[in-house]
Design a protein around this ligand. Structure first.
Ligand SMILES: NC(=O)c1ccc[n+]([C@@H]2O[C@H](COP(=O)([O-])OP(=O)(O)OC[C@H]3O[C@@H](n4cnc5c(N)ncnc54)[C@H](OP(=O)(O)O)[C@@H]3O)[C@@H](O)[C@H]2O)c1
Length: 209
């Protein structure tokens, strides 16, 4: 997912700093994913990457929450994007109950950050290209902080993905289950991760808050 995010964000001309506990891996992923794109990407130390305007945690839950607790000071005041799905071993169910979400647990660990749920319903197969059969994949963007949500929706412009305002952060409960359901359908129909979610409007869509 980190690689796909670099690909999509550099396609939109953004500058991306990629950090991993294996620095060589981060450098290789950044070099390959930015290749031919207008934006820039490079490997960075955690401290440098966490100084960015927007921080995307492209790691697994509950590692997201552990990482957040360990880096809460550096993430204070930041827009922090949670892309995680707390999938169980079958990948078609979740390890947490429906009264919460990985995103809300992240927000609880980061009281001074603005947590935004995004990208979690886009598979690692689709993310690098951002579309299926010429149709942009949707990514649902949920947050309790409207300004942070607007920042992420703006960030998505030019990436090839269509960002949709998905309301409050608690909608992450649904979005995380939606991914598990998508994987279940993918298994049933032999698609694996080769699918994307698309919200099809009957008429032109106009945001009205
Ligand atoms: N795969 C999908 O189709 C998909 C779709 C939507 C959302 N997601 C979500 O995206 C997230 C990442 O999934 P992925 O498939 O990209 O996983 P992945 O291939 O395992 O990549 C995660 C990367 O993060 C590194 N990492 C883990 N903990 C770290 C830490 N504390 N500090 C620095 N680097 C760390 C891992 O390094 P090591 O391998 O060395 O630990 C690995 O390079 C997960 O939350 C997943 O639920 C995945």
């Amino acid at each position: 997912m980190g690689s796909g995010l670099v690909r999509r964000l550099t396609a939109a001309g953004h500058t991306v700093l990629l950090t991993d506990h294996n620095a060589d891996k981060a450098a290789n992923v950044a070099a390959q994913a930015r290749d031919g794109q207008p934006g820039r990407a490079s490997a960075a130390e955690d401290a440098e990457a966490l100084a960015a305007d927007v921080v995307v945690l492209a790691i697994w839950y509950p590692g997201t929450v552990e990482y957040a607790r360990a880096n809460s000071a550096a993430l204070s005041g930041k827009v922090v994007v949670d892309i995680s799905n707390p999938l169980d071993d079958s990948f078609t169910g979740l390890t947490i109950d429906p009264t919460t979400s990985a995103a809300e647990q992240l927000a609880a660990a980061l009281p001074d950050s603005s947590v935004v749920k995004a990208f979690n319903t886009v598979t690692s197969t689709v993310l690098p290209v951002g579309e299926l059969d010429g149709t942009p994949s949707d990514t649902f963007v949920a947050s309790d902080d409207d300004k942070a949500k607007a920042t992420v929706l703006e960030l998505l412009e030019g990436t090839g993905l269509r960002g949709l305002d998905a309301g409050k952060l608690s909608n992450a409960r649904l979005l995380e289950r939606l991914t598990a359901f998508g994987i279940e359908l993918g298994q049933r129909y032999g698609l694996e991760f080769d699918f994307a979610f698309k919200y099809l409007p009957a008429t032109e869509m106009t945001p009205n808050g």
